[in-house]
Design a binder for this molecule. Structure first.
Ligand code: TXA
Ligand code: MG
Length: 412
């Protein structure tokens, strides 16, 4: 028997999530702002996402001004980015940053990414941008890449960095985010705008489900683009780029820019991932502290089925039939090529196998949907760990607590 299959098949309830502390009830305001056309998702097109080039109606400009004023005065405002919705606060204001942690129920040792709208905001925020980091910014900003850089003393609240000597910085490729940050006039600390342990929000309604009444406002800019978070990297002085969290910019894209190659943080190596537990052992303590937490777990048991297409399909059909026979409410998350052949109470599509962008875009909403349907047993098809598939599998493995069923044959 595969080691991963021996794990007890027990539904995990809400008890697995950290208890939310009390926060004073807030009335959460909501603003609707359509993203403009200057909307780059692939990075590298600084001019395309330029703050000044995006048209907005008078009403939308007023909405962004109001939301920015809430940020500038120490409030917490959720906003869309090209990856997922973020929950923003003035990164320099400790009380505001603490309100983010309280609203999310986020462990305080997990540092926040600081979002900027303009390169000039790096001045005074970090002490050094080496040649490799500079090249990555030129290639991928604005875009889904976070760079871990040495933080300038006193530039942001120590809560943002969780006591580290570095700060994660990114410039999102979303004109609503860029306009909001520019109007707030401060670096904006923003984790994903979900309750800790829940899937990151890809719609404003997801933010509302998790955080309504706990934050000051939500800027609704429609669905996010990539659907998974940014790639977090460290660029060494030796030119080597280390990926701390896979995400919207792929290893292959990074390799085209990194002079001396790309490597994965030890905690992302297959040995560390294959442990069967929710977290890698201490020998592989992740350098992005957030990577050690179990995330995104749906309420029902989720297992990933990996192998050749035929064997995966056979195995999923058999497992679903067995689960239904023992009275489980079943869910399946699969590619369109095979989805119609599965019988489940809740069958959700990852799109076509050749278009992993669709899988990334849909994954988190699907995990939320399974909870809404109340399914108790879910099977998901694996995808190849190449390109965006690495980030998709990273999140799926976390959601499944690394429970993988090996169906046999080579992964197609
Ligand atoms: O796409 C994204 O990155 C979204 C949007 C809102 O920008 N944000 C996001 O934030 O995913 P969050 O807080 O959910 O994840 C931030 C990750 C965590 O794994 C954290 O540990 C890591 O970045 N991180 C932040 N600062 C770091 C630092 N100084 N050194 C190492 N890792 C850091
Ligand atoms: Mg997050």
């Amino acid at each position: 028997m595969n080691r991963n299959e021996s794990i007890e098949n027990k539904a995990r309830g809400a008890v697995d999530l950290p208890a939310l502390g009390e926060v004073a009830a807030k009335s959460t305001r909501s603003w609707r702002v359509e993203p403009g056309t200057g909307f780059a998702t692939s990075g590298g097109q600084v001019a395309d996402a330029g703050v000044s080039e995006v048209p907005a109606t008078g009403e939308e400009a007023a909405a962004l001004k109001e939301a920015a004023a809430v940020l500038a005065s120490g409030g917490t405002v959720a906003f869309p980015t090209e990856t997922v919705y973020g929950l923003g606060a003035d990164a320099r204001n400790t009380a505001a940053v603490e309100a983010i942690f309280a609203a999310k129920g986020r462990p305080s040792d997990n540092p926040l990414i600081v979002h900027i709208a303009d390169m000039s905001q790096l001045n005074g925020l970090v002490t050094e941008v080496n040649e490799t980091a500079r090249r990555l910014m030129e290639a991928f900003w604005p875009g889904p890449l976070t760079l871990v850089l040495p933080v300038a003393e006193g530039a942001v609240s120590p809560r943002v960095t969780a006591g580290l000597s570095t700060v994660g910085v990114r410039m999102p490729a979303h004109d609503v985010a860029l306009r909001l940050i520019a109007a707030a006039g401060c670096p904006v600390a923003a984790p994903s705008a979900n309750r800790s342990g829940r899937p990151s929000p890809t719609l404003a309604s997801h933010v509302g489900e998790d955080l309504s009444g706990r934050i000051d406002g939500i800027v609704d800019g429609g669905p996010t683009g990539v659907g998974l978070e940014s790639t977090v990297v460290e660029a060494g002085r030796d030119g080597v780029v280390t990926v701390l969290r896979p995400g919207g910019i792929t290893v292959e894209q990074l390799a085209r820019v990194a002079g001396a190659g790309v490597r994965l943080d030890a905690a992302l190596q297959p040995e560390a991932e294959a442990g069967g537990g929710a977290a890698p052992g201490p020998a592989a303590a992740p350098r992005a502290p957030g990577m050690k937490y179990t995330h995104y777990a749906p309420q029902g048991v989720l297992r990933i089925v990996r192998g050749s297409a035929d064997r995966v399909a056979d195995r999923i059909r058999a497992e679903l039939a067995a689960a239904a026979a023992r009275g489980e409410k079943t869910g399946v998350l699969a590619f369109d090529e095979r989805l119609p052949s599965y019988r489940a109470d809740c069958a959700l599509s990852l799109g076509r196998e050749a278009e992993l962008e669709t899988a990334a875009h849909r994954l988190y909403a699907a995990l939320r949907r399974f909870d809404e349907c109340g399914v108790t047993y879910i099977l998901a098809e694996a995808c190849p760990e190449e390109g965006l598939g690495s980030a998709v599998m990273n999140r799926l493995l976390k959601a499944a607590g690394h429970r993988v069923i090996e169906a046999g044959g080579d992964l197609d």
